[in-house]
Design a protein around this ligand. Structure first.
Ligand SMILES: [Zn+2]
Length: 264
């Protein structure tokens, strides 16, 4: 074994002493905090602090404790998109009830053109997945100037929490941006994951200047750069809270999840 130089030893020692933000996950693992099915039943109690989530990935989507607006993670930074669409960087101690994160690898990159709505985008991406392999996870980023970006966010909730589908019927804000430059972060989960997450695509958006963003309901663009990260492994981080343990997760929530992800 190679002997460590004095400098290397000092660097390692100082990292141990200061407590580094070291990554604990590899690039090929999709990490999931809790189940979407817990969130949809009203479990908005955060279980993992942001500083721990950052060790599991640099790209992702999710929400905050109490359903405190939308979470978008890009290049290692977690952003919160607030009610007025403004973006802030939450503190490392804030708790996350649900998120999917991974360390993003650039496995495939190309241009896609003439997308008139989100259904066309999904069809285009699904065609690529048919060729790649539809039984694993994919994260993508999609960057360009979007002609239309229709986005929404749920409002922060107070206890006692109501189910997500009820929240979105009364506490949801929508907005349409036009001619806006930014990045869509999206996750594809295979069909067999339907009891743990929403099977299929889930899209979030943030502008290039990091001033606006939310969950995407619809979009259109003339040309965009899509970058794919192929992810074969999956790790689930279950909350240890009593509330989560009390949930009946055997209830079929397929219709509610569709409504939650795609809107009415
Ligand atoms: Zn979302």
């Amino acid at each position: 074994m190679k002997k460590l130089g004095l400098l290397t030893t000092l660097v390692i020692a100082s990292l141990v002493l200061t407590g580094c933000n070291c990554k604990v996950s590899d690039n090929e693992t999709l990490n999931q905090i809790s189940l979407l099915q817990g969130l949809t039943l009203g479990d908005y109690y955060g279980s993992k602090p942001i500083k721990e989530v950052k060790k599991l990935g640099d790209t992702g989507l999710g929400t905050f404790d109490g359903l405190n607006w939308e979470l978008i993670m890009l290049n290692g930074t977690i952003y919160r998109a607030n009610e007025d669409l403004s973006i802030e960087i939450p503190s490392d101690d804030e708790l996350i009830p649900f998120a999917n994160v991974t360390f993003f690898d650039n496995d495939l990159k190309y241009q896609i053109k003439h997308i008139r709505d989100i259904q066309e985008l999904k069809a285009e991406l699904d065609r690529e997945i048919e060729e790649l392999w539809n039984n694993r996870f994919y994260f993508i980023t999609l960057s360009w100037n979007f002609d239309e970006m229709h986005i929404r966010s749920e409002r922060k909730q107070e206890e006692p929490y109501k189910p997500l589908v009820d929240v979105l019927r009364v506490d949801q804000t929508e907005k349409k941006l036009t001619n806006v430059e930014g990045t869509v972060v999206a996750l594809y989960t295979p069909d067999y994951m339907g009891d743990l997450n929403a099977a299929g695509w889930h899209f979030h958006f943030i502008t290039n200047d990091k001033t606006e963003g939310w969950h995407v309901l619809n979009l259109s663009f003339d040309e965009g750069t899509v970058t794919w990260d192929f992810t074969d492994n999956f790790k689930l981080h279950l909350p240890e809270w009593k509330f989560f343990k009390s949930l009946d997760l055997t209830v079929n929530q397929e219709d509610d999840i569709k409504e939650v992800e795609q809107g009415k």
